[in-house]
Write a protein of this length. Structure first.
Length: 178
């Protein structure tokens, strides 16, 4: 696995840490919610995925500075200016930027006929998940006016797609191990 591909490992480890931290906060410490982790989740996935795609696209090393500044701005917006934007607005903005990077990467790989790229399937799943996730978070404001069954269906779809992303990464890692 090359240096660029190590960021997929960081991404899956980060997701595991966030999921485990949420469960520990809720079940072990008995907190009523774990919303304090949400800004770290948004900023972490934003940084990791944008850095990953910038490295895959061979952007200059100086590109990391705007990514870090963007992460800091997202953290500040998410943590201190919640009157203007809530968590979901910041999440949508973050996901749109991730979609742009993932889409650009996929288009470049198809244009250059890099179909042998070992993480092409994972990149496509990331693009699909974050695209659908944007729409999920946009319609979330209307969830209170729809039935419980329809709201559960929407969140179930989001959870299913996140599982597809996790599964595609694990599948790719297992395929590479052989």
């Amino acid at each position: 696995m090359n240096n660029k591909e190590k960021w997929y490992v960081f991404y899956i480890i980060f997701l595991f840490i966030i999921e485990a931290s949420t469960k520990i906060a809720l079940y072990y410490f008995g907190l009523p919610d774990a919303n304090f982790l949400y800004p770290f989740y948004i900023a972490g996935e934003f940084f990791i995925l944008n850095y990953l795609f910038s490295r895959k696209n061979n952007f200059s090393s100086g590109f990391i500075v705007p990514i870090l500044v963007s992460v800091l701005i997202l953290m500040l917006l998410n943590g201190y200016i919640q009157q203007m934007l809530d968590h979901d607005d910041v999440k949508v903005i973050s996901n749109i930027i991730i979609i742009c990077f993932a889409g650009y990467t996929l288009i470049r790989e198809m244009k250059e006929k890099h179909f042998a790229n070992r993480f092409l399937f994972s990149d496509a799943c990331i693009f699909l998940y974050y695209s659908v996730s944007v729409f999920t978070f946009i319609v979330q404001q209307q969830l209170s006016s729809i039935s419980q069954m329809n709201a559960s269906l929407i969140w179930g779809l989001n959870n299913l797609l996140s599982s597809v992303v996790y599964g595609s990464l694990i599948y790719t890692f297992l395929k590479l191990k052989k």
